[in-house]
Design a protein around this ligand. Structure first.
Ligand code: GTP
Ligand code: MG
Length: 156
C-alpha cells in the first residue's frame, strides 16, 4: 500500500513549510519536482493554485495524501483558492488559518477564503508564536499520521 502523507496546500509564503517543519520535528527531506515529500508531510508549491493546469497537479498528488491541510494566511493575499476547490478532493480537508500573530492578521477574512473554497469549519488558527494552537492541530491529525514502517513507495 502507498504511504499516505498529510498534504499541505496554500498560497506562496502562507506558512506551509513552517507548519510541515513543526509536524515533522526533523528528519529526511525528499524533493520531487516542486513537491516535497518528508516522513509525515507532502508540502506543495504555492504557484500550483494559480492555474487550472497546475491545480490538476495538486489533485493528482492527493492520491498520496491521507488528508489535506488547506492554509489561509491571515496576513496575506485573499481569494487564493478557486471556488469550491476543496470539493475536488476525496480525503478529509482541514482548514488552517496561519500567522494569527501577525500585526495585519485578519482571521475573519481568512476564514471567508476557506469558506468560499468549500472547506467545512471549524478552522484551526495557528501561529509560530503559539505552540498550543500548533499542538492542537497536531493532535487532530494523529489519525491521519503515516503508518510507521510502511514502505515508502516510489513517488516518481
Ligand atoms: N508572523 C508569522 N510569520 C510566519 C508564521 N509562519 C510562517 N511565517 C513566515 O512566513 C514566511 C513564509 O513561511 P513559509 O513556511 O516558508 O511559507 P510557504 O507557504 O512554505 O512558502 P512557499 O514555499 O514560498 O510557498 C516566512 O518568512 C515565515 O517565517 C507565523 O505563524 N507568524
Ligand atoms: Mg514552502
Amino acid at each position: 500500500m502507498r504511504k499516505k502523507r498529510i498534504m499541505i496546500v496554500g498560497a506562496g509564503r502562507s506558512g506551509k513549510t513552517t507548519l510541515a517543519n513543526f509536524l515533522e520535528g526533523g528528519g529526511e527531506i525528499r524533493r520531487i519536482p516542486n513537491m516535497v515529500y518528508r516522513s509525515v508531510t507532502l508540502d506543495t508549491p504555492g504557484p500550483y493554485l494559480e492555474s487550472p493546469w497546475m491545480q490538476n497537479h495538486l489533485i493528482a498528488a492527493a492520491q498520496d495524501a491521507s488528508c489535506i491541510l488547506m492554509l489561509a494566511d491571515a496576513s496575506g493575499v485573499r481569494q487564493v483558492y478557486p471556488p469550491e476547490f476543496a470539493k475536488a478532493f476525496r480525503v478529509p480537508i482541514f482548514g488552517v488559518i496561519t500567522k494569527c500573530d501577525h500585526p495585519d492578521a485578519d482571521r475573519e477574512a481568512a476564514a471567508k477564503d476557506l469558506m468560499q473554497a468549500g472547506v467545512i469549519p471549524p478552522y484551526y488558527e495557528i501561529s509560530v508564536t503559539d505552540p498550543g494552537g500548533m499542538e492542537c492541530l497536531k493532535e487532530a491529525l494523529l489519525p491521519f499520521w503515516p503508518v510507521r514502517g510502511e514502505p515508502t513507495k516510489s513517488v516518481i
